[in-house]
Design a protein around this ligand. Structure first.
Ligand code: TXA
Ligand code: MG
Length: 356
C-alpha cells in the first residue's frame, strides 16, 4: 500500500491560549478532518498523539494500520471537557473523581468501565476504557472544536520511541496519515500515567508524567502493577507487554551513582567498541565530560528529573539517526519521575539493566 496520503502539516503557535487557538483556521481544518474519520496527529503535553474519531470503527482501525500496532492493545480516549467522561464511562468510582479533579487536564489516564458507546476496536474488546484530558492548549483547542472524543495512541510507528517533536511524527508517519498539527516540542516527554480505578485500591499500570508519590498524596494507597517492576510478569495494561520505545541499537542501562556508575558505563562502551561496534553513551550533564565513545549525548540533568524525561525519546531517536550499534545509558533510582524514565529505559533495553 505504501504511502496513500498527502499529509498536510499545519504550524500552530503553542504559546497561544486555548480560546485563541479555538478560533484558528488550521485547528478548525484539523478538527473537520477528525470528524470526517481521518487521522490527524497533534501535540499533547506528554508526546504527540495520533488521533481519530473514537466513535468510528473505520477511523480507529486506520490508526492500527498506520502505526502497525497489534490490535489487542487498546487506545486512550482524549476529551476536551471533563463532563465528556460521563458519556464514556459507565461509572466513575470515588478514587477516579478525586484523581480527575486533582490532575485533569494533565498527564493522567484513568481506566474505567465503559458504556459500550465506543468503536469496539478502541477498547480492544475489554470492558474498560482509558480516558484522559490533556493540558496542552493545542490538543484542548482541537478536542473542543472537534466536539468528539478522540482515540489517540502515541504517534510513532509501533515499537519506536514515542514522538516528542513534530519531526518525529513526520519521520514515522508521513504519507500514512491525513494531517499533522505541528505545535513544536512537547513538554513532559514521557506518556501519561495510567491508573486503573475499577478495583478497591487504584492500580498503577504505567508510570508517566504524574508520579506514584503524587497519586498517593491525592488518594492514599495506590498499588503498582507488579509487571512494571518485575520482568516476566504478565502486565495488566496490554500495551506494556510489547517491545517498546526501542532504538535500533542494542541498549544497556547502568544503575548507580558517581564514579562506580561512570566506570561501568565506560567499561560496557569499551567492550562494545573492541567488538567493532559504533557506540553511543547517553549521559547526564553531570557526567558527560568523563566519557569517551563514538557519541556522547546529553540526557538532561540529575538535579532535574523533568529534563531527563523531556530528553529521553529525542535522544533514543538521535542514536538511531547516527547509526549507533550499541547504546549505554545511565540509569536512576526508581523514584518520582525517574520511576517513569527507568520504566521506559529498561523496556528500550529489553531488560539489559545492570547495577554499577
Ligand atoms: O501520554 C499519553 O498517554 C499518550 C498521548 C498521545 O496522550 N498516549 C499514549 O497512548 O501513550 P498509547 O496508545 O501509546 O498507550 C496507551 C496505554 C497502553 O499501554 C495501553 O495498553 C493502555 O494505555 N490502555 C489503554 N486502554 C486500556 C485499558 N482499557 N486497560 C488497560 N490498559 C489500557
Ligand atoms: Mg505508545
Amino acid at each position: 500500500m505504501g504511502q496513500p496520503y498527502q499529509t498536510i502539516r499545519w504550524h500552530v503557535d503553542p504559546e497561544q491560549s486555548v480560546d485563541t487557538l479555538s478560533r484558528n483556521k488550521d485547528i478548525h481544518e484539523a478538527a473537520r478532518m477528525l470528524r470526517e474519520g481521518k487521522l490527524v496527529a497533534f501535540p499533547t503535553e506528554t508526546v504527540y498523539g495520533l488521533g481519530a474519531d473514537a466513535a468510528s470503527q473505520e477511523a480507529v482501525s486506520a490508526i492500527y494500520t498506520a502505526k502497525g500496532r497489534p490490535s489487542d492493545n487498546p487506545l486512550i480516549i482524549h476529551i476536551g471537557e471533563k463532563e465528556q467522561l460521563y458519556t464514556l464511562a459507565a461509572e466513575v468510582p470515588p478514587a477516579g473523581e478525586v484523581l480527575m479533579r486533582r490532575f485533569w487536564p494533565g498527564p493522567l489516564t484513568l481506566i474505567l468501565p465503559h458504556r459500550g458507546t465506543l468503536a469496539p476496536k478502541v477498547t480492544a474488546g475489554l470492558d474498560t476504557v482509558g480516558v484522559r484530558m490533556p493540558s496542552h492548549p493545542v490538543s484542548l483547542a482541537l478536542l473542543r472544536v472537534s466536539g468528539a472524543p478522540v482515540a489517540a495512541p502515541s504517534a510513532n510507528r509501533s515499537g519506536k520511541p514515542s514522538p516528542t517533536d513534530a519531526d518525529h511524527v513526520w519521520h514515522d508517519l508521513q504519507g500514512r496519515i491525513h494531517g499533522l498539527v505541528d505545535g513544536g516540542p512537547t513538554g513532559v516527554g514521557v506518556e501519561s500515567t495510567v491508573v486503573d480505578v475499577t478495583g478497591e485500591v487504584p492500580l498503577l499500570l504505567r508510570p508517566g508524567g504524574i508520579t506514584w508519590e503524587e497519586l498517593q498524596e491525592a488518594v492514599g494507597e495506590v498499588q503498582v502493577d507488579p509487571a512494571i517492576v518485575q520482568e516476566g510478569t504478565a502486565p495488566r495494561s496490554p500495551g506494556m507487554k510489547y517491545r517498546h520505545y526501542a532504538p535500533q541499537g542494542e541498549m544497556w542501562v547502568v544503575v548507580g551513582e558517581g564514579a562506580a556508575q561512570i566506570r561501568r558505563v565506560q567499561a560496557l562502551a569499551d567492550e562494545a567498541r573492541r567488538q567493532g561496534k559504533k557506540v553511543g553513551i547517553f549521559s547526564t550533564e553531570e557526567h558527560r565530560a568523563y566519557y569517551q565513545a563514538d557519541w556522547v549525548l546529553p540526557c538532561g540533568s540529575r538535579q532535574d528529573p523533568a529534563s531527563i524525561a523531556r530528553e529521553l525519546y529525542r535522544g533514543l531517536r538521535r542514536f538511531d539517526q547516527l547509526g549507533a550499534d550499541t547504546i549505554v545509558a545511565e540509569g536512576f533510582p526508581p523514584e518520582g519521575l525517574f520511576h517513569s524514565v527507568m520504566n521506559r529505559l529498561s523496556k528500550a533495553a529489553e531488560g539489559r539493566v545492570v547495577q554499577a
